[in-house]
Ligand binder design. Structure first.
Ligand SMILES: [Zn+2]
Length: 487
């Protein structure tokens, strides 16, 4: 192909993620955000994030290309462009182009969220398995199973997710905190393996899903057809399982004790765990950061349960048994225990995801006690106390929010917004007409931060001194967001 493809040209519609290592990128985000605490920040991310995000994405895409090739489905991949972005209206999507090329766009928040989930799961797995006593191991597993905490404490995870969401909503940055535990783990290296176990597979799943749309020749953008969604999920899972098994086989060589089939089965199971994490990251982002989703994915719970039914359901057993022509008790046992294991591992992640993403009016507000502020060593952007203060402020009923703006230059617009005339409110605040039109177009995705950003910009331009640095644009954006169509 000569010249630029339509997919390459389309990347200019999105903000790029920097080529510096990802920790540097987060630092820059933190410094640019108004909530910057000015401190240099070294996140205890897994090894992966010591590299630039485009590099990580390139590596995952290359591994998936190998897997798609093994599945005989790589013909269209040379025409695909994969682009990680800082743009706010994006979670993960695929855009087919009329010159047969395709573009996959992925939000940087997805990578951050996946790393938060994977660290939680890695730490929980480590805590349960860190014993040489089989009795202790068994007891810990039974207790965690009963308490629903195989995937760690949901209240703690919810705080970590909420902190990311609040920072992205208020300052437009993908960020995370480092806890004392993270620092201890980084120094001892012991849990690192457990986080990494899930992280790259989770990234491969959300990337693989979008690549699968291209491979399968889907002509619509994501999620116009639930059937195509399931096809893409299934193919991404197959490719992920192959990539996972090949990861494992580089460190464990099959012999007469470790059969190759076990490694393939493990590949399938952990690819499934990773797929649930990836789906939750997408759901987190779309529920928590968007006022309206443009191209929506189905909720993670529904996507996961249809995928789990396909892989670990009765149909699978029937097909397997009819292929070998007999009842296979050990296969039944394996499917059964994988189902129970997956349920147990991902239950607390699902609970935390839903809690953290609820930004409706709430008289009691979100529960921030799941992670004591003293546990946080370093925070990108706002610290935990500031995040929780802002959260409580913005979850108040609309009357209270409008009252908080009475002495602000934004007060007249706030009254219009409160009464549901959001167009007039936004005009009053000096937001450009094209942005107002977009904000009222049900078919276009809209991020909460977009409104905040324009409110700050307009306040700055109109010389409303200091308003852009105060809570007022956030209060006004919340009032507006509650009234916009499709919210
Ligand atoms: Zn899709």
């Amino acid at each position: 192909m000569t010249g630029e493809s339509m997919a390459q040209a389309a990347t200019r519609g999105y903000l790029p993620v920097g080529d510096e290592d990802y920790v540097e990128d987060l630092n820059r985000n933190a410094a640019e955000g108004a909530g910057s605490n000015g401190r240099r920040w070294r996140q205890a991310f897994p090894e992966l994030f010591g590299r630039s995000l485009p590099l990580v994405v390139g590596k995952a895409a290359a591994e998936l290309t190998v897997a798609f090739t093994a599945l005989g489905k790589a013909d269209r991949l040379p025409q695909l462009v994969v682009f990680p972005t800082r743009s706010h209206e994006v979670s993960a999507h695929y855009e087919p182009k009329s010159d047969n090329t395709g573009l996959v766009v992925l939000s940087d928040s997805l990578f951050t969220l996946c790393s938060i989930y994977c660290r939680q799961l890695g730490q929980a797995t480590f805590d349960i398995s860190n014993t040489t006593s089989f009795v202790k191991l068994g007891l810990r597993m039974i207790i965690a199973q009963m308490k629903g905490t195989m995937g760690g404490d949901p209240a703690r995870l919810a705080v970590l997710l909420r902190h990311h969401h609040i920072n992205r909503r208020a300052h437009g940055m993908a960020t995370a905190v480092a806890t004392r535990r993270d620092v201890r783990d980084r120094d001892s290296l012991s849990h690192q393996d457990f986080s990494d176990l899930h992280l790259m597979p989770a990234i491969r799943f959300f990337l693989g899903h979008e690549m699968a749309h291209h491979v399968l020749g889907h002509q619509t953008e994501c999620a116009h057809s639930p059937e195509q969604e399931t096809q893409a999920d299934l193919l991404a899972l197959q490719a992920g399982a192959l990539a996972y098994a090949s990861d494992v086989k580089t460190s464990i060589t099959p012999d007469r004790y470790v059969r190759e089939q076990w490694l393939d089965d493990a590949g399938e199971f952990y690819a499934l765990v990773a797929s649930v994490i990836a789906m939750l990251a997408v759901q987190s982002l779309e529920d928590a950061l968007m006022i309206r989703r443009g191209r929506t994915h189905l909720p993670a719970r529904d996507r996961a349960s249809s995928l789990i039914d396909l892989l670990l359901g009765d149909d699978r057993i029937r097909k397997h048994e009819s292929a070998i022509g007999r009842r296979d008790q050990s296969f039944r046992k394996r499917i059964d225990s994988e189902r129970v294991g997956l349920e147990a591992l991902t239950r607390s992640l699902m609970v935390a995801t839903e809690k953290a993403a609820d930004f409706g009016e709430s008289p009691y507000g979100f529960n921030w006690t799941g992670l004591p502020a003293a546990e946080v060593v370093m925070s990108g952007g706002m610290d935990l106390t500031e995040s929780s203060r802002l959260d409580r402020l913005l979850s108040q009923p609309s009357e209270e929010l409008a009252a908080a703006l009475v002495h602000s230059p934004l007060s007249v617009g706030a009254l219009h917004a409160r009464l549901g005339d959001t167009r007039r409110a936004m005009r009053e605040w000096g937001i450009p007409e094209t942005v107002i039109d977009n904000a009222h177009n049900r078919n276009v995705g809209l991020a909460y931060y977009t409104i905040v950003d324009y409110l700050r910009g307009a306040s700055h331009e109109q010389g409303r001194a200091g308003v852009e640095l105060s809570d007022h644009p956030l209060i006004a954006a919340t009032l507006t967001a509650r009234q916009l169509p499709g919210s």
